[in-house]
Design a protein around this ligand. Structure first.
Ligand code: FMN
Ligand code: SF4
Ligand code: SF4
Ligand code: SF4
Ligand code: FES
Length: 597
């Protein structure tokens, strides 16, 4: 491989890509050529660095200068100042990456300081479209080790002892799953990778596929060796075009290098992988539905047993693992079970990637050891809540999960603690909420999603979630009645107990969890017809302050419902019966005299 004195790493993850990072990369290439630097400095297009809120992000090595929110026109200055004259362009550096005159190493930047990157180890580090870069970072070494130094029992034993649990939601021990499938005798078995990622707010699987596709391919081949499978399928949603493109390239390169296909590394082991594109139905992430979808049938869940390990894809023994789960496998094989299990909590080992979103300064991807607290994630890594507003709750597990209120912010996060709090790990979407979030409205949002996504096969889910949504909508519209909370609780219990698949069984969780911690908000909506967070429009009243109103009349001129009247230089008045609560008056008043209560 050719050596360069500098490497310009341009993030080409979906976030940065959508804010012109390709143009930035092209500008670098053009400027380098114009300055005769094309043989000394290389431009690499990488996966996500994690700090998506600050994109487009560019890191220049060997200094590890962390440039954020770069515009295509900034490239000229970086090339002429930094790369030609050796002067880092301070004004473009991410502010937390400098300490006076000193450039901090990346692991000293607060956003990265508490992170431990295993699944994300190569994201932002290598060019995902170049297999040589993956190999240079120990790529395919774990597969080589498994095929040449271990037998399948030893591979399974290592994964079992590492304590790795599935990162796709339920946290089932990965080694045990592999062992079940290995023990079943059959001429054909399959390894599937679940890259459907339907949870709203989650994008860690996409980032791994975009930033390090070979890590998933290599792990699938190891899984194939462990259970005795010769064919793998990756089920990825078609809305992830960059991931699909990089996976396609990676599969082609791995085949060309003899790392997929027949007689891998001359060991006699055959394993190949094909992609299957999903159309973006949430229920297709459920394992039995996913397999039906790969078979070309309608993606609807089927009852278990039989479990996929016995009768899965095409009625053959099959294992299905999540992308992030697989992204841990090669490192475990290389570094050992003890290394992995030394991180995390007693029953949740290793790290977890969270997609941090909502009311948080550093929106992005973070990977932390299991057992890290919500406070550390939100304040130390996430940089806190915008405008210093108070933390109210964090929703984990998407539509299947629940929330962690302020009183539990110091609980170490792992599978069991989250369940005990009435939430769940889910795939790792983490949505932060402040005091301006209405918890009834949040429940309504998730139920709306579930109702849309229910496949309709079983009655409790098809009908029950609709009834719950109707009640929530009524409450948000100020038409809640005494007894609604009890109705919600009883529906929730029966849906949980009787729905066929995980979608229906977990659909009531957001309601139960918000009822557990924020029951008073439900009561305020129903009894007092008030929304304490000021979100539910129907329950708000726009009011003009006597002291602040200057009588300019701007509000009245802009009100679409002619609900405001008054005389110049006197306090104006809103007719609540006419007001349609559009909020225009409040946004137009130059004296901030209008408030919603
Ligand atoms: C409605 C529903 C949607 C799911 N969506 C996903 C998904 O998008 N990705 C995923 O990995 N697992 C998803 N799961 C969990 C899978 O069914 C399965 O448990 C998981 O892929 C197993 O992999 P793991 O053991 O590595 O976690 C979903 C489950 C349900 C019930
Ligand atoms: S619980 Fe919902 S999504 Fe699952 S099978 Fe029943 S109707 Fe379909
Ligand atoms: S725009 Fe503001 S200051 Fe002017 S009349 Fe309306 S409330 Fe009063
Ligand atoms: S909220 Fe809209 S309708 Fe109501 S008074 Fe203001 S401008 Fe008029
Ligand atoms: S997509 Fe560029 S930092 Fe995440």
């Amino acid at each position: 491989m050719k050596m360069y004195r500098s490497h310009i790493m341009v993030c080409k993850g979906t976030g940065c890509n959508s804010s012109s990072s390709e143009l930035i990369a092209q500008n670098f290439e053009k400027e380098l050529k114009e300055n005769g630097l094309e043989n000394e400095v290389i431009v690499e297009r990488t996966g996500c660095f994690g700090l998506c809120a600050l994109g487009p992000v560019v890191i220049v090595y060997p200094e590890a200068a962390f440039y954020s929110q770069i515009k295509p026109e900034d490239v000229h200055e970086i090339v002429t100042e930094h790369l030609l004259k050796g002067r880092v362009v301070k004004r473009l550096l991410y502010h937390e990456s400098i300490d006076g005159d000193r450039l901090k190493p990346l692991d000293e930047v607060p956003f990265y300081q508490k992170q431990v990157r295993i699944a994300l180890r190569n994201c932002g580090v290598i060019n995902p479209e170049n297999i040589d870069e993956y190999i240079a970072f120990d790529g395919y070494k774990a597969l080589t080790k498994a095929l040449t130094e271990m037998n399948s029992e030893q591979v399974i034993d290592t994964i079992k002892r590492s304590g790795l649990r599935g990162r796709g939601g339920a946290g089932f021990p990965t080694g045990n799953k592999w062992e079940f499938a290995a023990k079943v005798k059959d001429d054909q078995k399959y390894v599937c990778c679940n890259a459907d990622e339907g949870d709203p707010g989650a994008f860690m699987d996409r980032s791994v596929l975009e930033g390090d596709p070979h890590a998933v391919l290599e792990a699938m081949a190891i899984a194939g060796f462990a259970i005795g499978a010769s064919q793998g399928y990756i089920y990825v949603r078609a809305e992830y075009p960059i991931a699909v493109k990089r996976l396609t390239i990676a599969i082609g390169q791995a085949r060309q290098y003899g790392l997929l296909g027949k007689n891998i590394l001359g060991t006699g082991f055959d394993f190949d992988i094909e992609l299957r594109l999903g159309a973006g139905a949430f229920v297709c992430g459920e394992e039995t539905a996913l397999m039906r979808s790969i078979e070309g049938k309608r993606g609807m869940p089927t009852p278990r047993p039989p479990f996929p390990a016995v009768k899965g894809l095409f009625a053959k023994p099959t294992i299905l693992n999540n992308v992030e789960t697989l992204a841990n496998v090669c490192q475990i094989i290389l570094k050992g079970a003890e290394w992995f299990s030394s991180m995390g909590t007693e029953k949740s080992k290793g790290t977890k990637v969270f997609a941090l979103g909502g009311k948080i300064n550093n929106t992005g991807l973070v990977e932390v050891p299991m057992g890290t607290t919500m406070r550390e994630i939100i304040y130390d890594i996430g940089g806190g809540i915008p405008n210093g507003r108070p933390y109210k709750a964090a929703q984990t597990g998407g539509p299947s999960g629940g929330c962690i209120p302020a009183s539990e912010i110091d609980v170490p996060i792992d599978y069991d603690n989250l369940i005990a709090l009435g939430s769940m790990m889910g795939s790792g979407g983490l949505i932060v909420m402040d005091d301006t979030t209405c918890m009834v409205d949040i429940s309504r949002f998730f139920l709306d999603f579930t109702v849309d996504e229910s496949c309709g096969k079983c009655t409790p889910c098809r009908e029950g979630t609709k009834r719950m949504l109707e009640i929530l909508e009524r409450i948000c519209e100020g038409k809640g009645e005494e007894g609604d909370i009890e109705k919600l609780e009883s529906l929730a219990r029966s849906i949980k107990d009787t729905a066929l698949c995980g979608l229906g069984q977990t659909a009531p969780n957001p309601i139960l969890s918000t009822l557990k911690y924020f029951r008073d908000e439900y009561e305020a909506h129903i009894r007092d017809k008030k929304c304490p967070a000021g979100v539910c429009q129907a329950l708000l009243e726009y009011k003009i302050s006597d002291e602040k109103c200057k009588g300019c009349g701007i509000c009245a001129k802009n009100c679409p419902a002619s609900a405001i009247s008054g005389k110049p230089k006197e306090t104006y008045l809103i007719d609540q019966a006419k007001c349609i609560k559009c909020g225009v008056c409040m946004s137009k008043c130059p004296f901030k005299a209008i408030a919603k209560e």
